[in-house]
Design a protein around this ligand. Sequence first.
Ligand code: GLN
Ligand code: ZN
Length: 765
Amino acid sequence: MVQSAVLGFPRIGPNRELKKATEGYWNGKITVDELFKVGKDLRTQNWKLQKEAGVDIIPSNDFSFYDQVLDLSLLFNVIPDRYTKYDLSPIDTLFAMGRGLQRKATATEKAVDVTALEMVKWFDSNYHYVRPTFSKTTQFKLNGQKPVDEYLEAKGLGIQTRPVLLGPVSYLFLGKADKDSLDLEPLSLLEQLLPLYAEILSKLAAAGATDVQIDEPVLVLDLPANAQAAIKKAYAYFGEQSNLPKITLATYFGTVVPNLDAIKGLPVAALHVDFVRAPEQFDDVIAAIGAKQTLSVGIVDGRNIWKNDFKKSSAVVNKAIEKLGADRVVVATSSSLLHTPVDLNNETKLDAEIKGFFSFATQKLDEVVVITKHVSGGNVTAALEANATSVESRGKSKLIHNSAVKTRVASIDEKMSTRAVPFEQRLPEQQKVFNLPLFPTTTIGSFPQTKDIRINRNKFNKGTISAEEYEKFINSEIEKVIRFQEEIGLDVLVHGEPERNDMVQYFGEQINGYAFTVNGWVQSYGSRYVRPPIIVGDLSRPKAMSVKESVYAQSITSKPVKGMLTGPITCLRWSFPRDDVDQKTQAMQLALALRDEVNDLEAAGINVIQVDEPALREGLPLREGAERSAYYTWAAEAFRVATSGVANKTQIHSHFCYSDLDPNHIKALDADVVSIEFSKKDDANYIAEFKNYPNHIGLGLFDIHSPRVPSKDEFIAKISTVLKTYPADKFWVNPDCGLKTRGWEETRLSLTHMVEAAKYFREQY
Ligand code: GLN
Ligand code: ZN
């Protein structure tokens, strides 16, 4: 019989209970027992929800107080010495590794001061995991038995679960060597790690688990030969053990085809594959499945919020049944549902028609169950009919289709995405307008978002202050920021972005075709959740979005004020995209909306315009090859469509952070000036890579995530290092990113020192 399966459920709770509890614990407002109680209640609630929905295979050990990868590091004792030396409890060690810990000594406890481990993006999602960090002194052993405890907890409730573990190869491959052991290759630790996996798996079997889900998402990457060999070795090893639960080897977020040789013939009971993201792999996967293996068909999207198309999904599952027989097919979510909001029923403000298009994690449980029943010959006619009607009505909805937008996207040509003349010819025209000194100074856009700003924004949203009052308040904030920048001597000013809640949401709210949730939170990292806007239909800009604030700022100063926009790729990446139109089309629609905004800013007298693209790098497809090179081409094209409608003398800036960038890809944007995150990359090779970058560049000189104030001498030292390889006449002086999370005190000092350092170098050249 076909079974239904869920690979993981969001752990944050329908009302962000987990965030409140963990932050409450960190702030000393609740005890550790109260924290654990919240965890237990959330797990119970999630298991029951899935049981009641009729899911056959329910996950356990998908819960985490911080991050599931970090949980494994604690379980396997992969804890650098700098954390163990404080003798913290296991949960405090976990939090210290995840977010750092600074604590003064008390009568009973010693002082603690330790920074967090590195945090990295989970594949191409917006989730971040805490990177396993290995050292030559790492001593693998089991600390506790979290997967077994949680399995038993569910069993105690009468719910049989399938525990989930990240597999050994992914765990090692996604980790790194600690700074004291840089020549250590994490995969070389496989042999030490495998017995611990075997131990925990046999404990699970002894506790009653018949099945486990072992995730090896690295199987969708371009895996080097040693990692492919590690896969074979690890699963052959598990095959040799007696008394282990049956293994479902799970992959997601892409195709496994290039790594099929490593997977074929492994002694695992089942293979899970993501047919939402990579439906084209179907035939190859079927051909590679062993005679007794089960195929788990990932068909309900774990990464997006669209209602499933039952007819289409059932056809895929039926094809699998035809080939393998009903007993060897499982209907599953494509990945864990961690990446989707918890429950659509918590949305009170969505337009009813739009709401009908969506399905959040709770609704996806029903989808898995209905598809399973349908392919098993059960009577789900009503559900199927309702689904067909809904899917059809979305396809035809007036809210989605805008023929003017479609026509305009089709009209994009080379001319629209190319500045009139090359940079060398634009530069002299720009210099005539701005007359900037060497080492021009600027900032990335936002200034401290104070409590006062948040209070006034809330008042305005609630209607307790009028639009006029709010505008007056925003203008006073802009004026404060302008005067401050003039006073300390910055060259290109910004208005400070006080009117923006979030760099994507602010524009999304003003673009037709976007929808917003009130409670659609998704975990980003630790206790930080995001609420991505949703691209529902063709995107267009009914009117100017940012001109008023920039024009006001420019009207009160004689220095140039930089207009500030969020680029098409970043708007796309930080939203839930449409699934009925490709990403390139959505990027181009955004690009056109932004192009109009750029042109409006220029027409209103704003001659420097920055279009931020911090998410450019993360949009990169996971594998090398045609898709990846196509992405580079259309991502750059979208940026150029947005920015090429201006005169030669208008200076286009862009900004990137969060990632290592390849100068060639930035070059393709043809921005006149770019600023990049740099303060934590004091690496001579990284500077050298940018040496031949043709246009102007600002390497971020200080870390805006830290309240620490660098001295003038520190800035001078940093700039000197860069100038050893980098030409002085192309070099801008600026921080790493926006200052919205900083306080005014440190902002004033840091920027003052930065400007003084720039002045020092002007005298030297
Ligand atoms: N202009 C934005 C700001 O300063 C850029 C933010 C970002 O790159 N993440 O806040
Ligand atoms: Zn940034």
